[in-house]
Design a protein around this ligand. Structure first.
Ligand code: ADP
Ligand code: GLC
Length: 523
């Protein structure tokens, strides 16, 4: 028998995605399965998810979810054997591409109801009320799944270990306290020692308080969240459980983001032969309507959710100075988020036609073209739990200019000065949140860019950085073993390295992404 782990999330590629969480869930589940764990995903039955799953069958219908009735549909992610269970409710079916907010960026009013139902669905699985066997461990991700440990406790289910992974402490799932009863929450947790947070009920705090263990996605972020600057008000309750907190840095899907085999880019290339990158640069310029200046003129990319977290405001303030100082520089912007900042970038593009190309939205094709074709990626963050995007860029020899926070300060090694390049450097880091901090970092990057040999050293280091999912998956397995009941601990393999067929693992992920791509093309 294998250990069964249920990962509960609101996003997983290719079923639904607004950010890095979706990438992490699917890649981690694939890696866990390759390493001997029977891992499956529970997530909302958004229309996109129902469409992109295969072999869906009803494993249980219930009338007592917050907000009404719902069914659990079990199937697989198309193109893979990754099991996925979708919570099918009328509310989730009504959600559009924008999973959590309306067109004006306002939180959808039934978020509390919808995601409380997701946690209750996990409890149904844990109570053995469906046709599937109960999991040994539930792995809850972010606030969307934060109520699970508290609900298991309330239902007196004590034979299932619970792990909460925090991907982003800024998203907390805080709602008015007076709706707690309608969410099926027991009164005895609605106090400062439980799920109450400044007069509200907080899904994330419930998870932090009641999960057996808590993990986050980089070593630096695990320390940062214990401080007022990065704790978002949770530093107090996190500091009360220091022994429960672990750090497991994410991996990236090193096959999907691979210049040697990427089918989404104009021409493939490697760090030994970067010629293909020039073709990718021309393609990027076409895609973003940039003037075809000489091919040595640098292209700076900006690709992320366009939000305050990602310092969109700082970039908007810094860019006019940067563009004035570097007259040949061109800029390609990809992403969506806060309407005010989106508008800011669109206005900037109007002021600099041919020099700035802005694509509001997100497609994998645009993202791959951006990382493959640009020279540098500007990635400011006020806080960054891990930061997958700069790692994707690095795989293509696109040098990140990023904030020295969270996971970015663990994965990026700052170049130092052009005259004394730091050995092993693969990017540029900056401190501070002022436009001038960003401007100085870009200027420093340009000094290195102008020396081809030094620049190529950075590119080589960036392209060969460690990044797979095998080691992180084993760390999760070790954590699961710690929280599983003594009777099931032996099911969690001690060291699955021997069993891992890395090739097979990356192929499985590739097929998932290709299927998703074909679907999108067909649609
Ligand atoms: P975060 O999760 O905070 O957005 P990461 O850099 O870790 O930051 O992950 C971002 C992921 O989301 C990448 O896969 C990126 O390509 C993708 N992405 C960025 N913007 C969007 C968007 N508007 N919609 C969907 N995915 C996006
Ligand atoms: C969050 C974080 C990001 C991290 C991602 C996956 O969205 O903002 O830094 O990489 O989750 O863990």
């Amino acid at each position: 028998m294998k250990a069964r782990v249920l990962l509960v999330t609101s996003e997983a590629v290719p079923l639904a995605k607004t950010g890095g969480l979706a990438d992490v869930i699917t890649a981690l589940t694939v890696a866990l399965r390759e390493q001997g764990i029977d891992a499956s995903i529970l997530m909302p039955g958004y229309p996109s998810a129902i469409q992109a799953a295969k072999n869906l069958r009803n494993i249980g219908s219930f009338t007592d979810f917050p907000g009404g009735e719902g069914s659990l549909l079990a199937g697989e992610i198309a193109g893979s054997d990754v099991p996925v269970i979708l919570l099918d409710t009328a509310r989730f079916r009504a959600r559009s591409e924008n999973l959590y907010v309306d067109r004006d960026g306002r939180e959808l009013s039934d978020n509390a109801m919808c995601f409380a139902a997701l946690s209750h669905a996990a409890v149904k699985l844990c109570a053995g009320l469906t046709t599937l066997p109960k999991p040994h461990v539930v792995h809850a991700h972010d606030w969307h799944a934060g109520l699970i440990p508290a609900l298991l406790r309330a239902h007196n289910i004590t034979d299932i270990g619970t792990l909460l992974t925090i991907h982003n402490l800024a998203f907390q799932g805080n709602f008015p306290l007076d709706i707690a009863a309608s969410l099926g929450l027991p009164a005895d947790i609605l106090n400062a020692d439980g799920a109450e947070f400044w007069g509200q009920v907080s899904f994330l705090k419930a998870g932090i308080r009641y999960a057996d263990k808590i993990s986050t996605v980089s070593h630096t972020y695990a320390k940062e969240i214990l401080t007022p600057r990065f704790g978002h008000g949770f530093e107090g309750c996190l500091n009360r459980r220091p022994d429960a907190i672990a750090a497991i840095p994410n991996g990236i899907d090193s096959e999907v983001w691979n210049p040697v085999s990427d089918s989404l880019i104009a021409r493939r290339f490697s760090f030994r032969d970067l010629k293909g990158k020039a073709a990718c640069k021309s393609e990027l310029k076409k895609l973003f309507n940039l003037m075809p200046l000489n091919q040595f003129a640098p292209v700076l990319a900006l690709g992320s959710r366009i939000t305050h977290q990602k310092m969109a405001d700082v970039a908007l303030a810094a860019l006019p100075t940067i563009l004035a100082a570097h007259p040949y520089l061109q800029l390609a912007v990809l992403g969506c988020g806060d309407p005010v900042y989106q508008h800011g970038f669109q206005q900037l593009a109007e002021q600099y036609p041919g020099r700035i190309g802005v694509h509001i939205g997100y497609t994998e094709k645009h993202a791959h073209a951006l990382h493959a074709g640009a020279d540098m990626l500007l990635h400011g963050s006020r806080f960054e739990p891990f930061g997958l995007t700069p790692m994707y860029a690095m795989r293509y020899g696109t040098i990140p200019i990023a904030s020295r926070v969270g996971g970015l300060s663990d994965t990026i090694i700052d170049a130092g000065s052009v005259d004394q390049l730091v050995a092993g450097a693969n990017g540029v880091l900056f401190d501070g949140e002022q436009p001038q901090d960003m401007i100085d970092a870009v200027n420093r990057t340009f000094q290195i860019f102008s020396r081809t040999r030094e620049w190529q050293k950075l590119q080589r280091n960036a392209m060969t950085a460690e990044c797979g999912w095998h080691a992180p998956a084993q760390q999760y397995i070790d954590l699961y073993r710690d929280i599983a009941t003594p009777a099931s601990q032996h099911l969690f393999p001690e060291n699955s390295a021997a069993e891992l067929d890395a090739e097979q693992q990356s192929q499985a992920l590739n097929t998932i992404h290709e299927e998703a791509l074909n679907k999108r093309k067909a649609g």
